[in-house]
Design a protein around this ligand. Structure first.
Ligand SMILES: [Zn+2]
Ligand SMILES: [Zn+2]
Length: 207
């Protein structure tokens, strides 16, 4: 049985940016102490704040929070899309992100997020970065949690296409758009090889 009550979704609208920002803070004080309580939370927001993330599709999905006795389990799916620069030519590439969420937070930590970690503890999510206490009540910063999930899901390396020719190391031009003649010119310069030995050429493109 799902009990869709008891979790307070507090929404603030910030005005620090020309663009309206939405921050989602969830009061976990009830679910953190009520065993078997289940709460569904919809996600539908244009972005989360991160200087390195450029969202082109909003974050949309559903999350379920469940108190299983000693864990707060968060599961569900969230989709969005961001752009990241091609590793070779730097053109922005749209990357769809699908979050298949399966998070298990120890309730002792949810209720005491600033607990000192043991030296051998290496949690995937550092609880103090997503939960803070407000008059003793644990408040989850869902935006920050979403941000951490998205960052974890980003591909290590993105190319606009497997055949991307990248940037010319000599003139810096995008060789996909405008095949320059630098390579040809280099071949015609007998001292090019010597110059490169002296470190007189720009770094080759990452390939
Ligand atoms: Zn490229
Ligand atoms: Zn060139």
């Amino acid at each position: 049985m799902c009990v869709p009550i008891g979790i307070a979704a507090l929404t603030w609208v910030g005005t620090t940016d020309a663009e309206r920002r939405r921050l989602m803070f969830l009061d976990l004080s009830e679910i953190a102490v009520r065993k078997d309580m289940i709460v569904r939370q919809q996600v539908d927001q244009p972005r989360v704040e991160d200087p390195d993330l450029e969202f082109v599709s909003p974050l949309v999905g559903d999350l379920t929070f469940e108190n299983s006795g000693d864990l707060l389990n968060i599961s569900g799916e969230v989709d969005c899309a961001v752009t990241v620069p091609c590793a070779r030519c730097l053109v922005e590439v749209e990357v769809p992100i699908h979050l298949d969420v399966e998070e298990h937070l120890p309730l002792v930590d949810v209720l005491n997020p600033t607990r000192e970690l043991e030296p051998d503890e290496d949690p995937e999510i550092v609880i103090r970065t997503i939960i803070h206490l407000e008059q003793g009540r644990p408040i989850l910063d869902l935006d920050e949690l979403l941000r951490q999930w998205v960052v974890c899901e980003l591909p290590m390396r993105t190319v606009c296409s497997e055949d991307c020719a990248g940037l010319c190391p000599t003139c810096g031009g995008n060789r996909n758009l405008d095949p320059c003649r630098c390579a040809e010119a280099d071949r015609n310069m007998p001292f090019a090889a010597l110059a490169s030995l002296l470190g007189d050429t720009p770094d080759p493109p990452d390939s």
